[in-house]
Design a protein around this ligand. Structure first.
Ligand SMILES: [Zn+2]
Length: 133
C-alpha cells in the first residue's frame, strides 16, 4: 500500500481541513511573525495550542460537530466582515457628505459637501430648508 493510500485510509471518516482551520493557521503564522519581535513564551504556547486544536479538529471523527463549529465560525466571520464594510462606507460618507435632519419629518438627508449654501428639499415630506454644505 502506497503512502497516499495510507493517508487516505487514515483520513477516512475524519473531518479534514476547513475554513476555521485555515484561519487558525493564518493566525498562527501571524503569531509566529509577531513572536520574532516580542519573543514571548506565552505567544509560543498559544501557537502550539492553536495548532493542536487545528490538528485535533482535522482528525476528529465527530464530523457533525466540527461542521457546526465551522458554520458558526463562518457566520461570525461574515458578521465581522460586513461590520468593517459598513464602517468603511460610513467613514467615506462622513468625508464626502453632510447628514442633515429634515426639520419637518426628522428624515436624515445626505448632502454632498462643498456646494456652498443650498436649498434642500426633503424627499419624504417636501419641506424646503437652507443649509451650508
Ligand atoms: Zn421631511
Amino acid at each position: 500500500m502506497g503512502f497516499r493510500e495510507k493517508i487516505r485510509q487514515f483520513m477516512y471518516g475524519r473531518y479534514g481541513a476547513d475554513s476555521l482551520c485555515q484561519w487558525i493557521t493564518y493566525f498562527v503564522l501571524f503569531l509566529i511573525i509577531l513572536n520574532l519581535f516580542v519573543r514571548s513564551p506565552i505567544v509560543s504556547l498559544l501557537e502550539m495550542v492553536l495548532l493542536a486544536v487545528c490538528v485535533w479538529r482535522m482528525f476528529s471523527k465527530n464530523i457533525e460537530k466540527r461542521s457546526r463549529e465551522n458554520a458558526l465560525f463562518c457566520q461570525k466571520k461574515s458578521k465581522v466582515f460586513s461590520w468593517f464594510r459598513k464602517e468603511k462606507s460610513i467613514m467615506k460618507q462622513r468625508k464626502d457628505f453632510h447628514i442633515y435632519t429634515c426639520p419637518g419629518c426628522k428624515q436624515k438627508i445626505r448632502i454632498p459637501k462643498g456646494k456652498g449654501k443650498i436649498s434642500v428639499t426633503c424627499p419624504k415630506c417636501h419641506t424646503q430648508f437652507i443649509r451650508k454644505s
